[in-house]
Every structure is written in structure tokens, then in C-alpha cells.
Design a protein around this ligand. Structure first.
Ligand code: ZN
Length: 171
């Protein structure tokens, strides 16, 4: 296994909309290796989610594991959110593609997501709390969206200025 470089803002590919993963792709050993490498990369970062677009692959899939001990590695291929709770949840989010920046983002507290697992098998999963936040954050990536897009213009501006400053300082 090996670590994959993670694209960082302002890399333009982070704004690309990923295309559906082709049928049968899960049977490709290279695809399975890519998933393993993405898990290794995410755990090493460390992070709790990583979308394909963050490692410059423009196909709709992502990985998530919000446990402390790498206990629930999840793969979502071609994920679609089928339902969202009315209740909202605020979480201070960060992103491996915007290192050093954290901000409160409001999203649905619970969602029902439909996807294929790493072997191409369809499943539907109801998730809430941190896992729901993380899944929504990663699906945004597949649409070229970043968590800072959810902030008010003032807060986004402030976050981007701080990010520029951090980068100039070499962080
Ligand atoms: Zn992210």
C-alpha cells in the first residue's frame, strides 16, 4: 500500500464534478488497491473521510471511518442521499484539502444514503450524528463543493484569508 498526495485548495480539480463509477469497476484489482491506498492515506493524515476527487480521481466514490480505532471502514460508490432529517446538526468541520481551517457548518442531523459498497453491492444506510455530517461533507466533494461554501460570505472570506496566511507561512 502507499500514500496518495491529497489535493489542497486552491487546486482547480477540487471544483470538478465527478462522473459515476462505471459498472464492473469494483471487480478491477487496481480499483481495490486504490481504495486500500485511500484508507491508508486517510488514516495517516489523520482524517475521518476522503473523497476520490481529493486524490484527483474524478469518479463518484468516497471512504469514511469516524471511529477512533479504524473499526468501521465504509466505502460509498455512486452515493445518493435519499432522505434528510428536518433536525439539523452543527459541527466544527475541517478538511484534508484545506489544512488548518475549521468552521461550524450546519447540515441535516440524519440522512438515508444509497450507494454501492466496495464490491459493487447496493445498500441503503441510515446514519446520524458525526457519520451523517461526514457523509454529507464527502458527497459535497464529489460535486466539487467544499465545506467553506456553506459559510456566510463574511466567514468564508475570513477563513480564506487565514488559509492564505497559513500557506504563506509554509504550513
Ligand atoms: Zn473535505
Amino acid at each position: 500500500m502507499s500514500l496518495i498526495p491529497i489535493l489542497e485548495l486552491p487546486h482547480p480539480h477540487l471544483r470538478m464534478v465527478a462522473a459515476d463509477v462505471a459498472a464492473g469497476r469494483a471487480a478491477d484489482p487496481a480499483f481495490q488497491r486504490l481504495l486500500d491506498d485511500m484508507f491508508e492515506t486517510m488514516y495517516a493524515a489523520p482524517g475521518i473521510g476522503l473523497a476520490s476527487t481529493q486524490v484527483d480521481v474524478q469518479e463518484r466514490f468516497m471512504i469514511v471511518d469516524v471511529t477512533d480505532g479504524h473499526e468501521q471502514p465504509l466505502v460509498f460508490i455512486n452515493p445518493v442521499i435519499r432522505a434528510r432529517s428536518v433536525e439539523l446538526r452543527v459541527h466544527q468541520e475541517g478538511c484534508l484539502s484545506i489544512p488548518g481551517i475549521f468552521a461550524d457548518v450546519t447540515r441535516a442531523d440524519g440522512i438515508e444514503v444509497e450507494a454501492l459498497d466496495r464490491h459493487g453491492k447496493p445498500f441503503v444506510m441510515a446514519v446520524d450524528g458525526l457519520l451523517a455530517t461526514c457523509v454529507q461533507h464527502e458527497i459535497d466533494h464529489l460535486d466539487g463543493k467544499l465545506f467553506i461554501d456553506h459559510l456566510s460570505p463574511l466567514k468564508r472570506d475570513r477563513a480564506l484569508k487565514k488559509y492564505d496566511k497559513l500557506r504563506r507561512q509554509g504550513h
